[in-house]
Design a protein around this ligand. Sequence first.
Ligand code: PEP
Ligand code: MN
Length: 338
Amino acid sequence: MIIVMRRGAQEQDIQHMIQQVESLGMKPTLLRGTERTVIAAIGDERKVPVGMLESGPGVDEVLPVLAPYKIASLETKSEPTVVRAGSLNVGGGNLGVIAGPCSVESEEQIIESARAVKKAGATALRGGAFKPRTSPYSFQGHKEAGLKMLAAARQETGLAVVTEVVAGEDVELVAKYADVLQIGARNMQNYRLLEACGRTDRPILLKRGPSATIEELLLAAEYILDAGNQQVMLCERGIRTFEAHTRFTLPLATVPYLHSKTHLPVVVDPSHGTGHTPLVAAMARAGIAAGADGLIVEVHPNPEKALSDGYQSMTFPQFEEMMAGCRKVAAAMEMKMS
Ligand code: PEP
Ligand code: MN
């Protein structure tokens, strides 16, 4: 990192900061300019408390050189991570498609959905058994009963099951039934939950918080990786902006940007990202064109009757049509879709 001293900093302040750098295990190099003095500190700066250096005497600013995340970084691992969970392959040229209802509502509903999305070419089934809802009065999910319904749908179709875990104390239970644990947007910065998921052997789908920066998303992933779980997918699901025509704003530049910083695969959620069924297919195609390694899409046998997110859910025929369009874009991007 670079420590920039204030104009006219005292020699004793400069010497003090050199000692500080050494005491933190880094090697200082002093660069005296005509106006300012700069100390370049060489060493692993990620565990160094930047604030401590910043509050040193005569210090103007401290500029980190390395990204604050390490295991997630392309500098640590240059080949793309491929996440595998049963029927689902995401990353390294494989485009995974996770589809199904927002919530698991009944065994019939989830099995019917699983059959339909599989027929259309999806490679995993989604469905929430634990639902993080904005209102406490909204449907909260069937919990363990819902997990059992998902397991029945997997049994029936062979599709891997992706489902959300909302609390640390539920991780073990959800991991017993799920092939992939989803950490939802609202929980992206629930660090104890991230650590608990990092201690399981289940792949993780980590959704970006609607107000989180990309760096915060990568640092959230770092918690999971640092706890021992290397099978992490990052999901862009839209962020909150001033725009009111869509539920969230789906920033697809996140996809190539993440690919330039991390080896972890990137999944796009055009359902939550737009909040309107008629916009979903175009954004799914755009996500693939932007380089996404996967999609997660809400599909319901009868969106009008859905207990959650019906307004952004596709019918089975709409999903089939979406998949036909996606296959063309995937072929152009040389991505395998099964
Ligand atoms: C969901 O996938 O249904 C969900 C709640 O997503 P998010 O966490 O992105 O809001
Ligand atoms: Mn939903």
